[in-house]
Design a protein around this ligand. Structure first.
Ligand code: PRP
Length: 184
């Protein structure tokens, strides 16, 4: 899918696929340097993190493992509720592993704050976060994010894994939606 495929649904492209690829490669290089010689498990948070997880994990040279969680923080709307529910848990025990949570976006920070507490209580050697996008102006709780792709304005964005009502995830860039798209 390309922006042109969406006609008038998109308002503007915030981050191009080239910008995303460049930044993901930089994040991967930093992760390679920081985790050399350690036993790293990447934990992708479905569904939004699917694109960054796929690209980041392939850009990292270390022999990492992957696992996934699915949590629900908000339904089909555009605002966080603060209510977090595990829809799919990790497949394996993380005791003694270095865990890096891979997220598409930190919005209010409520999901990550909850996830960090949850995973840290399971006996991992370390738990850190890599988030492609962060909205500093939307923060309701402070979360320590070790690797941030881009700090972006507090606008609702879609693409590269991020959805509106389950649509637009397959767009290769990050974009804002036109007001008319919210009615469809
Ligand atoms: C999004 C995103 C984060 C969370 C961030 O997930 O992937 O997990 O919201 O919001 P917060 O910082 O305000 O808690 P969402 O619940 O939309 O599910 P999805 O990944 O399946 O789209």
């Amino acid at each position: 899918m390309e922006p042109a495929d969406l006609g008038s649904d998109l308002l503007s492209v915030m981050l191009t696929s080239e910008q995303l690829a460049t930044r993901v490669a930089e994040l991967a290089a930093a992760i390679d340097a920081d985790y050399a010689g350690r036993d790293l498990l990447l934990v992708g948070v479905l569904k939004g993190a699917v694109m960054v997880m796929a690209d980041l994990s392939r850009a990292v040279h270390l022999p990492v493992r992957m696992d996934f969680m699915a949590v629900s923080s908000y339904g089909s709307g555009t605002r966080s509720s603060g209510v977090v529910r595990i829809l799919k848990d990790l497949d394996a025990d993380i005791t003694g592993l270095d865990v890096l949570i891979v997220e598409d976006v930190v919005d209010s920070g409520l999901t990550l704050s909850w996830l960090l507490h949850n995973l840290r209580s399971r006996g991992a050697a370390s738990v850190e976060v890599c988030a492609l996008l962060r909205k500093p102006d939307a923060a309701q709780v402070q979360v320590d994010v070790a690797y941030v792709g881009f700090d972006i304005p507090n606008e609702f964005v879609v693409g590269y894994g991020l959805d509106y009502a389950e649509r637009y995830r397959t767009l290769p860039c990050v974009a804002t939606l036109a007001p008319s798209a919210y009615r469809g």
